[in-house]
Design a protein around this ligand. Sequence first.
Ligand SMILES: [Zn+2]
Length: 191
Amino acid sequence: MSRYDWQGGPRNKGHISPLRDWERVVGQIERGEVRVGPEAAREIARRIEAQGGFWGPRKEEKEERKEITMEERDKWQWTQEELCAEAVRRFGKDPMKWAFQCPNCQDVATGDDFRKALADNPRTGRDGEPLHVSAIVGQECIGRTLGALKKSITWDGRGCDWAAYGLFSGPWEITMPDGHTAWGFPLAQAA
Ligand SMILES: [Zn+2]
């Protein structure tokens, strides 16, 4: 039981109980000291806005706040949503045009580059199915698809054998909607 027996039971007989919050507020409303309801709220909002203030976030301001600042652009931890938004900002809405940079050899590769590389050098995933661009773009250097993994040769083609999930992971860490995180290459700078 709370310090003030709000049931007004025998325990508190003879004591003066302070007004409960709702009693105080109802009293204020009844006496006209405070106003309630949507019309009053709108009127107060209009008055504040007329004085140059604003009442609650406007739609445009909400969107503005989602915009990524300069400092955040080179941050290392992203949500998947942030990363996609930033990729769209840099390269547009077509994910095949999104470009990632290998942190080892600095090669910049797009989804289109990977699509072509996979067409020329088909690979299968662990499940035996053909590997899709989405499984490796931003995760692996394009050299891994083009032939850098072949132990029999010294690779002098494009890219290298680096992977974001390798010994030196990342360097970006992306949090997926379900909460798990994945390593990724950084987005390349906008062209
Ligand atoms: Zn590389």
